[in-house]
Design a protein around this ligand. Structure first.
Ligand code: RIB
Ligand code: CA
Length: 305
């Protein structure tokens, strides 16, 4: 069983990844959820997470992390996720609160007590960079960081970079250079493992969790539908599916370098195959990825009624 901490900026696909984790409590021991400024402000992404917990009636501790990147200013992305950071579902303001302890303090406390912790990073890497700057010795307690981020052939925020890395390239460089085992799910594998637009119909008129997913897709798929695509990525789902079924992924070992500047290149991930502590996932079995996702939501429909 993996002991995991999820670092995220919910976000439609962050929530779909978290739902898949919740469905697999035989595989994951979820120690806590950390939020960070990314897709939208720290306040909004944290509120989104708490709204979903309240909707499900669960109480996993949520720790608020950094509200801006190390060097740059935060740049919310309403085009991708809406003004709320999670447009689509209409959920009440949450009564639940985030923990008083910050994300970085939480990481320090957990890693002082536990070892072999896997971090699933679905957002800019700011929290982890601050942790490694403040307590570099704790990196030995981290088994691996499995992250959604980076791009090999072309970006989604500038010509070459993917959003999570671009938003805080200085943080990404610190984390990628730390010596921790990193398993990177770049844009390419996320598109390879994506959902057919017509497959999303399956979430209509089912259970409570399917209703949430359907509401998320009502906004999330708009970008793809407007462009006439028949398929799109559920980006943050890929690290979770990888941990559940690594054998359906193809990847290459090597080293990833992060470019810090340049209009077209800030946040670019340069991959060099060979010896190194990074595994870059490049391809996967789409149908199997979706089977895992659909079964997870079906299971949660039975659990949360
Ligand atoms: O580039 C995709 C990433 O940015 C995902 O983590 C998604 O949630 C978005 O915010
Ligand atoms: Ca995300």
């Amino acid at each position: 069983m993996y002991k995991i901490i999820v670092d995220c900026d919910p976000g439609h696909d962050d929530i779909m990844a978290l739902l898949t984790i919740l469905a697999h409590d035989e595989a994951f021991k979820l120690l806590g959820i950390c939020t960070v400024a990314g897709n939208n402000t720290l306040e909004k992404v944290t509120r989104n997470m708490l709204q979903v917990e309240e909707y499900l009636g669960i109480d996993i501790p949520v720790y608020m992390g950094m509200d801006k990147p190390l060097v740059k200013e935060a740049v919310p992305q309403p085009a991708g996720h809406g003004e709320s950071g999670m447009d689509g579902p209409v959920l009440p303001q949450p009564e639940m609160k985030a923990q008083a302890q910050t994300a970085v303090k939480f990481y320090k406390e957990v890693l002082n007590q536990e070892d072999k912790v896997t971090i699933i990073a679905l957002a800019p890497l700011t929290n982890l960079a601050v942790l490694l700057n403040e307590a570099p010795e704790l990196k030995d307690k981290i088994a691996q960081i499995v992250l959604m981020g980076g791009a090999i052939n072309g970006g989604n925020i500038n010509k070459y970079a993917e959003f999570n890395i671009w938003h805080d390239p200085e943080a990404a460089k610190i984390v990628f250079d730390s010596g921790i085992r990193m398993i990177m799910a770049p844009l390419e594998v996320c598109y390879a493992g994506g959902i057919m637009i017509k497959e999303a119909e399956r979430f209509k008129d089912r259970g409570k969790v399917s209703k949430l997913v359907d509401d998320l897709f009502s906004f999330y798929l708009r970008y793809a539908i407007e462009r006439g695509w028949d398929k799109t990525a559920i980006f943050d789902l890929m690290p979770v599916v990888y941990l559940l079924k690594p054998e359906i992924f193809k990847g290459q070992e090597g080293k990833v370098d992060i470019i810090l500047d340049g209009e077209d290149t800030q946040g670019q991930t340069i991959f060099e195959q060979g010896d190194g502590q990074h595994l870059v996932l490049l391809d996967t079995d789409r149908e199997e990825c979706m089977r895992i996702f659909f079964e997870a939501i079906d299971k949660l429909d039975e659990r949360y009624v």
